[in-house]
Design a binder for this molecule. Structure first.
Ligand SMILES: *Cc1c(COP(=O)(O)O)cnc(C)c1O
Length: 395
């Protein structure tokens, strides 16, 4: 077998665990630093008139950021990854591909910030969209003459609906529409949408890729040259680029992506079973549970089920009591770090979502979302037993 020529090592077809350790060695410095340096510079000297080191100005490119983009592209099997200052700035740049009069289709269950962008910015810029449950609805009748993109997450945030990416990509390919998948929830460790027919992968690097709640970042990953060129142009022109230091932090986070994802997923499955057995919990939505409607599709298209759990408790008071009393678990927005976070979608991540959509998706005052971390599972269960007991006594 031939080496795939990734400039990383001499191994062929290495596992994703190993890939997380493989930096682009053609960029190694003269000292052989194993931890890739932070090139904290805005600009670069030209060796001579009309000559360049390949770096001119850090808005356009910076070595630390390039090393990061290179590994994220490698992990997603993309041609290129572009690193933005946040997930939202990546999605905002993506929307610059479109012009007045264009139409797109989104999944009705999405990260609240994305919906806010589509409602408050994209609409103002003359775009229209249709929202549908892409895990169940037929999209064909929703496609218009001017439809340019279908945008989704799978599993979705927070209701964990699973969409068959490959099946949808057959439709988008036939119609010449872009298929964009926000892969934040699973990270490239568990799912590679480009391999399943997606055209662009979106990441909030703030989450599992960074992994420590210590930086923001975002990515667009593509496999097509023309699309890459257009997005790179938008990127350097609009300028929401990731700083060298934040690039370093995400590079460092990726080194442990494999062990963090495995451990968090392990905890999540155990916690999902534990929650299912509690009489105050009325619903547990985790795609790793066999009764989840998306279980079989996920087994086909992903290498794991991730570490996000959504669950519903018996009353709003019960939910609020849990949020008031957690100690080991943090009551905080965001996800994908080493510590377990609990979120209240109705007042936090999804507070700007239209009421009718929230209701239709089943996001109510009793719904809580967990980003399961890498703590000891016995301690997480102990924490839940404690807060459930308090909530019970308050009821
Ligand atoms: C957090 C998040 C985003 C936005 O990313 P930021 O880095 O917070 O800007 C987009 N999509 C999903 C699924 C997210 O969880």
């Amino acid at each position: 077998m031939e080496c795939s020529g990734c400039n990383r090592c001499t191994q062929i077809n290495c596992s994703i665990d190993t890939k997380c350790q493989q930096l682009d060695r053609s960029m190694m410095d003269q000292y052989g630093a194993i931890s890739f340096p932070i090139y904290q510079t805005a600009t670069f000297a030209h060796p001579g008139l009309g000559e360049s080191t390949g770096y001119d100005y850090s808005r356009v490119q910076n070595p630390t950021r390039k090393q990061l983009e290179s590994i994220v592209g490698y992990l997603e099997n993309g041609r290129d990854a572009i690193a933005f200052a946040s997930g939202m700035s990546a999605i905002a740049a993506l929307m610059e591909l479109f012009r007045i009069g264009d139409h797109f289709i989104i999944d009705s269950d999405l990260y609240g910030g994305s919906v806010r962008l589509f409602n408050e910015i994209s609409k103002k810029n003359g775009l229209t969209y249709t929202s549908a449950n892409l895990s169940t609805d037929d999209v064909r009748p929703l496609i218009q003459e001017n439809t340019r993109m279908i945008y989704l997450e799978t599993p979705t945030n927070p209701m964990m609906n699973v969409t068959d990416i490959r099946a949808l990509s057959e439709i988008t390919k036939e119609k010449g529409i872009l298929l964009v998948v926000d892969n934040t929830f699973l990270s490239p460790y568990f799912q590679n949408p480009l391999d399943l027919g997606a055209d662009i992968v979106v990441h909030s690097g703030t989450k599992f890729l960074g992994g420590h709640h210590d930086t923001l970042g975002g990515f667009l990953v593509v496999k097509d040259d023309d699309l890459d060129e257009r997005l790179r142009f938008i990127y350097k022109t609009t300028g929401a680029v990731l700083s060298p230091f934040d690039s370093f932090l995400i590079l460092r986070g990726i080194r442990t992506l494999a062990v963090r994802m495995e451990r968090a997923q392990d905890n999540a499955l155990k916690l999902a079973h534990f929650l299912k057995g509690n009489k105050h919990v009325t619903k547990v939505i985790y795609p790793g549970l066999e009764e989840h409607p998306g279980y079989e599709i996920m087994k086909e298209q992903a290498r794991g089920f991730g570490a996000m759990i959504t669950f519903e408790v018996e009353s709003e008071e019960f939910a609020r009591s849990i949020l008031r009393n957690v100690q080991l678990i943090y009551f905080a927005e965001s996800l994908g770090g080493t510590e377990t976070l609990i979120t209240y979608p109705i007042t936090q991540t999804h507070s700007d979502m239209p009421k009718d959509i929230l209701e239709k998706n089943g996001i109510n005052e009793r719904i809580l979302r967990l980003s399961v971390g890498i703590e000891g599972i016995a301690d997480l269960i102990c924490e839940f037993n404690r807060v459930f007991a308090i909530a019970e006594s308050e009821a």
